[in-house]
Design a protein around this ligand. Structure first.
Ligand SMILES: [Zn+2]
Length: 356
């Protein structure tokens, strides 16, 4: 077994080794507690499990496709012999607390699109943490003497408290930091450059992608092969602007037990749609709802009209299987809060009056 550590078993009889081990039981305890035993037999390969689940579903729609699955994002088919070209992908990024998984193309869809887009969704949520004062904002302070790297903490309460700047000494120009410390008083000018490392358009695209994979996770290929899924796929693949108006913030009365919730909904003007609730966890837990066309497809512009015609409308529903309400705030997406939060704190409330 394990424990030969420093006992030089080749030079010692087995009994002596055992005695040695016994005498240093604390040492052994520490060493053994650091070992992680993984019973491979008890851990079925999750990718295989997902493969067989999807293959059974796929064959119901494509009877000739034996032991075959299709990537939900690009519909490329993979047989069992090519399973290595598929990878498990979290529907909601694991860095945002997502647990549910599906299979997508390892290279084309997961690595390329997935990782690139997901970082924008993650960073958008971290930006909200920063605006709400529960995480720092990476900031560059510039004075005449040089650059100072800092972290800016906004107040977390609703009252107008001062904000806090913490200088990252190692990364900053020392002379500039000293100058700032010595001269910070009324009238001292400081340029602040705050960075929120995400691009809104990619954040929206990542949210659509997660919502699309959620519906696939819930409904399988009857969704992935539908007209409506094709519409979403076109939008995800083509480098065209996404329809950001159909992503809204949602507020469940109680925390749902799942990281994703797919609800079919019908609107008079739009027809059947899906409302997908995504739970996104960073320092705080937030929910967004993404509306997607139903299986028979919808007119995107009509979906967009949900927002145009009903800004500030609140949809109140009790999802199937719940015993509490879910509120969806139309025209109110998390980025709106980031923008408004920053504006309220750093921009004057009223335009300054100019004296002619
Ligand atoms: Zn793919």
């Amino acid at each position: 077994m394990v424990c030969a550590f420093d006992a030089k078993p080749t030079e010692t009889k087995r009994g002596e080794v055992m005695r040695h081990i016994k005498s240093s039981s604390q040492y052994i305890h520490n060493a053994v507690s650091r070992l992680r035993w993984i019973n491979m037999a008890a851990r079925p390969d999750k990718r295989n499990g997902l493969f067989w689940e999807l293959a059974a579903d796929y064959q119901a729609f494509r009877p000739d496709a034996v032991d075959t699955v299709a990537c939900p994002l690009c519909l490329t088919e993979y047989g069992l012999e090519n399973i290595a070209d598929l990878s498990r992908e979290h529907v909601v990024p694991s860095k945002l607390g997502g647990r549910s998984e599906t299979l997508t193309c390892r290279r084309k869809c997961n690595n390329t699109h997935g990782t690139r887009l997901d970082s924008h969704l993650i960073n958008a949520m971290r930006a909200m943490d920063a605006v709400e004062g529960v995480a720092p904002i990476p900031t560059i302070l510039g004075s005449e003497k040089g650059k100072i790297v800092a972290e800016l903490f906004l107040p977390s309460g609703p009252d107008p408290e001062p904000f806090r700047i913490q200088i990252v000494g190692k990364a900053s120009n020392m002379e500039a930091s000293d100058d700032l410390r010595n001269n910070l008083r009324d009238g001292f000018t400081l340029n602040m450059q705050m960075s929120f490392p995400f691009i809104p358009e990619r954040y929206f695209r990542a949210a659509f992608r997660a919502a699309f994979l959620s519906v696939f996770k819930a409904e399988g290929y009857q969704y992935a092969l539908s007209v409506g899924a094709g519409q979403v796929r076109n939008m995800l693949e083509a480098e065209v602007p996404v329809l950001e108006k159909v992503i809204m913030e949602a507020f469940p009365e109680r925390e749902p037990s799942t990281d994703l919730l797919v609800m079919p909904v019908t609107f008079n003007d739009v027809g059947e749609c899906y409302s997908v609730l995504l739970r996104l966890r960073t320092k705080r837990t937030r929910y967004i709802t993404v509306f997607l066309p139903g299986k028979s497809g919808s007119d995107w512009s009509a979906l967009g009209a949900l927002y145009e015609h009903a800004p500030r409308l609140r949809l109140q529903t009790i999802p199937h299987g719940w015993d509490s309400h879910l509120y969806i705030h139309f025209g109110y997406d998390p980025l709106f809060r980031v923008r408004k939060g920053m504006q309220d704190r750093f921009m004057p409330k009223f335009p300054p009056t100019s004296n002619p």
